[in-house]
Write a protein that binds this ligand. Sequence first.
Ligand code: SF4
Length: 376
Amino acid sequence: MARAVYVHVPFCLHHCGYCDFALVANRDHLIPQYLQALDNELQAHRRTVADLVEVDTVFIGGGTPTHLSPEMLQMLFSLIFKHFRPTTGAEISVEANPDGLDDTRLGVLRDNGVNRLSLGVQSFDDTVLRTLERTHTSIQAMETVGRCQGWIPNVSLDLIFGVPGQSLLSWQQTLAAAIALPVRHISTYGLTFEKDTPFFRREQHGQLKRAPDELERQMYLDTIARVTGAGFRHYEVSNFARPGSQCRHNMVYWQADEYYAFGPGAASYLNGVRRTNARSVVRWLQCWQRGESAVEDCEELSNEEKAREAIMLAFRMREGLNLRAFQERFHVSFAEIAGPVLQQHLDRGFLQRQSDFVALTHEGLLIADTIIADFL
Ligand code: SF4
């Protein structure tokens, strides 16, 4: 049985031009309807299980969950905890942005057991923040991290590199500022231009220029050197943590384990079946207001598909894939599934084998997505 639950809160103050998550901005009048619809979705789940479900991780993401008023935020937790009981020591994570995260909201988070905050800081350079259309400043971000200390033990920062116009020096300064703060986890992402985003269109019209590949590569190498040099462990392609502070919820995904998921665009993985909700917030709302499922895509994975997915996810982890555990779990050897591809990447130096583990090399990390896609 799954022991992790994700809840998607699709509201933001502003829709940043690069973001393609399922969300709405300036539609706060929909928040009460969202909570009602979420209650319906959670109750429908409850009818499929006998009792309260115990979970080891809860992840409330978005969107910006802390965009909700303190009262609505409290209501959100009450709805979730009516159906899911976090075990003692469970990880309860919430995504937040520096602006609007006041002490009242922090109090609601703490009172509901939130022990991990994932803060969308993105940069400590105000010019980069403006390019990204973020609604906070670098000073605000620093002040918020400082203030969180009294409330939430594990604060994580999300940072973005490869932003148009961002120099290597700007990125290095952002890394230095992040490392100097009392945070236990740092996630770094290269900016992507997703189809159907304003950034994609602006790039197509020549109004935004992608960062050169060589600069992005250097930024990533610098990230690894500087962040690990400051005592963080590089445990996943994009993630670094102080010892013992890895994101346990995301580890559930990377270990191809099962999880519940609720809200627009959310995808659950239960009993080998992936169900994905409507990405449109309005469509999801309309379905659940009528008490009808908003699942738009349902895919039952064969054993081979599960095995391939487990390979791809495990390669994101620095530790890599445990071949013995893989065979025990899927009753098929890695060689049968992907022997020739493995050999190719071992020969090219993108993968390495150490006893039972196969993992990306340093070179492989730089083209992780390409290598991983070869195992599809
Ligand atoms: S605040 Fe975050 S979730 Fe909201 S639009 Fe911006 S990037 Fe997307």
